[in-house]
Ligand binder design. Structure first.
Ligand code: ZN
Length: 332
C-alpha cells in the first residue's frame, strides 16, 4: 500500500505570488499564470476547482459554468504542477439558503446524479483523466455513500465534495460541520473497501479540522480561512486553532518561520500593520499543521495526533465530528 499523505491548498491571491505553498484556483482564473511568468520555476502546486456556483457571475449566467466550458478552461491551465481538476458539482435546486440535507430526497438525488453524469462525461472527454476528481454537492451520509460507490463503480476513484456553504447562516453553522463529517464518514468507509481512492474536501477546512480530515482518509483539502482572515478580517491564527484580531494582540509567542525571525514586540507591530505579514504567519501555521499530519500518517499515529489536537482546540463540535467518523452515523 502506498503511504498516505495529506495536502492543503490555500486560496490563491495574485499579490502574494512569492508564497509558493500549494494553492487552489478556479477554472476561469486569469491571473495565476501571469503571476509566475517571470519565474515559472516557483509556480506552486495547484488544484483547479470547477468554480463556486454561488458566486455572482455563475448565479446570473449559469451558461458560464457548464461541464464543457469548465474542462476547456481547466485544460488550458494545466502544467507540470497541476495536482487535480474538479468536475462540475451541481447544487441541489440552486437554492443557497436551504441546506442540502433539508431538501426532499428526489431533489438531492437529481443533483448528485447530474454531478456524476458530468464527471463521467469529463472522463470521456479529457486529455488528462488521471487528474480528475469527480465533484459533488452532497449533505447526508446516505446520499454520499450511494453516489461515491456509484462513482467508484464508474472508475472515478478520485472524489471531491464542496463543504461549508451553509456555515455562513448562523442557525446551520454547527449542523453544517456535522453533516460534512457524515459525508466524510461515508467516504472513509468506502476508502477502506476500495484501495487507491482519493478525496479532495473543498471548503470547510479551517485549521482546527485538518487533523480530522486526514483522520477520515481525506487526501487533500482547500480553504480560504488562512488568507481571508489575514487579508479581510485583520486576524491571525493561533496554534490552538483560534482566530484573533491582530489589533487585540498583546503578547505573542509564535515560533513559525515568519514570526521567529524578529523580537515578539516587533512581530506584533508587523502583524498589526501588514496584511501580508498576517497571511504569511497564517500560511506558516497551516503549513506546520500539514507537516505534523503527514508525519503522523507516515508513522500511523494520526488517531493520536487528532485526539491531541482536539484536546488543544477545546471545541465540542469537533469531538462530535470525530465520533461521527468513528461510529459511522445513524442512518436516516
Ligand atoms: Zn507565526
Amino acid at each position: 500500500m502506498s503511504p498516505k499523505s495529506f495536502q492543503f491548498y490555500r486560496t490563491f491571491v495574485p499579490k502574494l505570488s512569492e508564497l509558493c505553498d500549494p494553492v487552489v484556483i478556479s477554472f476561469d482564473n486569469t491571473t495565476f499564470v501571469k503571476s509566475y511568468t517571470l519565474d515559472p520555476l516557483v509556480t506552486p502546486h495547484h488544484f483547479i476547482h470547477s468554480g463556486n456556483f454561488f458566486s455572482q457571475p455563475y448565479v446570473q449566467k449559469p451558461e458560464l459554468r457548464t461541464k464543457e466550458r469548465i474542462l476547456h478552461l481547466q485544460e488550458k491551465l494545466i502544467n507540470k504542477r497541476t495536482d487535480g481538476l474538479m468536475t462540475l458539482n451541481v447544487p441541489v435546486n440552486g437554492d443557497l439558503t436551504t441546506p442540502y440535507w433539508e431538501h426532499v430526497a428526489a431533489d438531492r438525488l437529481k443533483a448528485i446524479e447530474a454531478s456524476l453524469e458530468a464527471a463521467v462525461w469529463t472522463k470521456e472527454n479529457t486529455k488528462r483523466p488521471d487528474l480528475l476528481y469527480a465533484g459533488f454537492e452532497v449533505g447526508t451520509y446516505r446520499d454520499a455513500s450511494y453516489i461515491f460507490k456509484k462513482a467508484v463503480s464508474a472508475d472515478l476513484t478520485n472524489l471531491s465534495a464542496g463543504f461549508g456553504l451553509f456555515s455562513r447562516l448562523a442557525k446551520y453553522r454547527q449542523e453544517d460541520r456535522l453533516k460534512q463529517f457524515e459525508v466524510l464518514a461515508a467516504y472513509d468507509q468506502l476508502s477502506r473497501e476500495f484501495e487507491g481512492t482519493r478525496f479532495h474536501a473543498s471548503g470547510g477546512s479551517a485549521l482546527n479540522v485538518l487533523e480530522l480530515l486526514a483522520y477520515a482518509n481525506v487526501t487533500s483539502a482547500d480553504g480560504s480561512s488562512a488568507v481571508i482572515a489575514g487579508l479581510a478580517y485583520g486576524s491571525v491564527l493561533t496554534a490552538t486553532g483560534k482566530v484573533i484580531r491582530a489589533n487585540k494582540l498583546a503578547h505573542w509567542g509564535c515560533n513559525c518561520e515568519f514570526c521567529s525571525g524578529s523580537r515578539p514586540s516587533d512581530v506584533v507591530k508587523e502583524l498589526q500593520r501588514s496584511s501580508e505579514a498576517r497571511v504569511r504567519h497564517n500560511v506558516n501555521v497551516m503549513r506546520s499543521s500539514v507537516a505534523r499530519i503527514n508525519d503522523a500518517l507516515a508513522n500511523n499515529t494520526i488517531a493520536e495526533l487528532t485526539e491531541q489536537r482536539l484536546t488543544l482546540y477545546k471545541n465540542k463540535a469537533l469531538w462530535k465530528c470525530l465520533d461521527i467518523v468513528n461510529n459511522k452515523p445513524a442512518r436516516e
